[in-house]
Design a protein around this ligand. Sequence first.
Ligand code: ASP
Ligand code: MG
Length: 417
Amino acid sequence: MARLVMKFGGTSVADIDRIRNVARHVKREVDAGFAVAVVVSAMSGKTNELVAWTRAAAPMHDAREYDTVVASGEQVTSGLLAIALQEIGVNARSWQGWQIPILTDGAHGAARIMEIDGSRLIERMAQGQVAVIAGFQGLAPDNRIATLGRGGSDTSAVAIAAAIGAVRCDIYTDVDGVYTTDPRIVPKARRLDRVSHEEMLEMASLGAKVLQVRSVELAMVHGVRTFVRSSFDDPADPRLADAENPPGTLICDEDEIVEKQVVTGIAYSKDEAQISLREVADKPGVAAAVFVPLAEANINVDMIVQNVSEDGTTTDMTFTVPTSELERAMKVLEGARSSIGYSSLQGSGDLVKVSVIGIGMRSHAGVAASAFRALAGKSINIRAITTSEIKISILIDSAYTELAVRTLHSLYGLDAA
Ligand code: ASP
Ligand code: MG
């Protein structure tokens, strides 16, 4: 029997009615002949509430006890869904992370999955029992519950799919797939039928918040076919019974994508800030002097631009950090002024990074050039540029976000007819 993983996020299990609706989606797949494992999140808002409680109890608290508290949200939904399934005649049993077990490392609050023994699950599923698994949690080496970081139940689902050799990992959420760009900005955005793991990774890390980034990495490494679809579809809708082509977006290996688009999507991430160091000495060790203290302060640096020095003695260095870290980064750099040596330090917030993403870029020249020309045509000033094999990122003032995204979206022919 083919095994299928179905994952339901917080809005999909927000109340008992929604959980009943989820049970009907699960029953549809059971009736279609799949051996099903379901992974659930906590009811929407629940994890935030639990986190707030731990903070109220003590602003600085033991991470192991944080995990004990916040993992409880998923325990509740796993039990409720098992009850709802039993109620409609589906044999089902809940599983907590420690019962499977899902073994993690010891980083409480942000643990990584190390190993999953899928044999017990497979055995029960083969007997016709649906496994309803609490997402977001596992068992740490200290024999205590660990959680995987916010949004971690996507990662639980993909890891379970890899461990039991599922044919697909369906991620049911409150949107019906992955779009060419944010439909709130570009009403002509289209749902993608397929997107490669690599492209999705770029989109996810750039603020297309459908999936936790780590889950996409894991899916890529293990070749898990992940399907993003809506839990708000009527479980009885005949289109959903079409196992070959249900509505949604398949995230898969590049080889499965026959028609490779040059550009697949336009992503953007707000809240970027830019820092410039003027007249930094142009000599070995300067980049380390700038970026090591920032790394030690746990500040993520993204786009880095260093000018070629005119006279061979000094140069300017510019890079971006998240807006929320701007103040802290400036303090760190002020503190390191004597070891770095610069004439002035400038910081500005309110920037946005717009990225053009597509695996077809590997074999097509001129994608960047046409983007720059199109943005110039709209008088949008580019502050920094970075590129990778499948992505071009452009830093601009946030006031131009919508104009830039729309311009690029139609430039590459992504607008819906
Ligand atoms: N409930 C957890 C959270 O809100 C995990 C998840 O939903 O993915 O972060
Ligand atoms: Mg989520």
